[in-house]
Design a protein around this ligand. Structure first.
Ligand SMILES: Nc1ncnc2c1ncn2[C@@H]1O[C@H](COP(=O)(O)OP(=O)(O)OP(=O)(O)O)[C@@H](O)[C@H]1O
Length: 291
């Protein structure tokens, strides 16, 4: 049997996407020649307007959508879609918007029947009890909660706990902290930093909520209309050096997008270059990487 490559140990990129194309409907592609390289140990924020492709990208990285071509989407140097062991082993974990957890080939398991949080959490086999206790404590989960009666935030805590029980190597988060109170959210973000710094885990986090993320993230990927408009180390983003306010920076980028769309609708003579043309965040066809 061929020896399995471990990107975390070898220093390879934990995530590598090369020339990816993807369409839900053939005539309307979401991604065309999309590229993304993320080193192991990074915490990458994925930002972009509604409908820009963040969820689709995370689902592709999680192996939920197949893309054409060989080795186009690699996670830990393995095919995200075809290597089902990535998810089954717990090396790759995806936490998305729905109240469900993907359990290997068993597919999506709903988190809202009449059963206890304890039944759910302790039903997962092969878990380090110390890690499990730490997560239950961190997320302040009452094991007696009945899943069909708890609040959205409480349900979310159990969902997150389930997704983190295995010591993942790559974690994909799609707006999962949205229901959490501020204490749970900040404690969880701190836990993620420890996971990356101590174990070399890699996290990609798509969100529209930027509180406390200026110092949390190591990288920022900006998706515009299915294109990677830029991937940068946080420390290299000029706009954040003068005022470390991620919300304002992303707001300015997204407002520029809207202006460009409006200008494109005008006659050609009235069109002027986008402010983004002078920014490190340009079209992926002229993409600059700052690493
Ligand atoms: N199942 C689907 N079938 C067809 N089109 C889809 C499907 N899911 C998403 N899309 C389309 O793909 C595009 C990207 O959607 P996606 O959900 O990836 O965006 P997003 O950046 O995550 O948006 P948001 O910030 O609103 O969550 C959108 O135009 C959306 O309408």
């Amino acid at each position: 049997m061929a020896e399995e490559k471990d990107a975390t140990a070898s220093g390879d990129d934990a995530i590598k996407v090369s020339g990816m194309q993807f369409a839900y409907e053939v005539e309307d592609p979401i991604f065309f020649d999309f590229n993304l390289d993320l080193p192991a140990g990074s915490r990458c924020l994925l930002v972009g307007a509604n409908g820009s492709g963040k969820t689709t990208l995370l689902k592709i990285l999680a192996g939920k959508h197949m893309v054409g071509g060989k080795n186009v989407v690699q996670v830990l140097s393995r095919s995200a879609f075809h290597d089902t062991q990535l998810v089954c082993s717990g090396d790759l974990s995806y936490l998305g918007g729905s109240w469900s957890k993907t359990v290997g080939s068993a597919g999506e398991v709903p988190l809202q029947g009449d059963f206890s949080a304890e039944h759910m959490i302790f039903g997962v086999e092969g878990i380090d009890p110390v890690r499990r206790e730490k997560l239950i404590d961190l997320l302040d989960i009452n094991l007696q909660w009945r899943m069909h009666k708890v609040s959205d935030g409480q349900k979310r805590r159990v969902q997150i706990c389930m997704g983190l029980l295995h010591p993942f190597k790559v974690l994909l988060l799609d707006e999962v902290t949205v229901d959490l109170d501020v204490v749970a959210r900040m404690d969880l973000l701190k836990f993620f930093v420890e996971e990356c710094d101590q174990r070399g885990a890699t996290i990609v986090y798509a969100t529209h909520i930027f509180d406390g993320l200026e110092t949390w993230a190591t990288h920022l990927a900006y998706i515009q209309d299915g294109e990677l408009n830029g991937l940068s180390k946080m420390a290299d983003i000029e706009e954040l050096k003068s005022a470390p306010n991620l919300l304002s920076v992303v707001e300015a980028w997204l407002r520029s997008e809207i202006k460009v769309v409006k200008k494109k609708k005008k006659p050609v003579a009235a069109w002027k270059p986008s402010p983004l043309d002078n920014s490190p965040f340009r079209s992926s066809r002229h993409m600059a990487y700052y690493r």
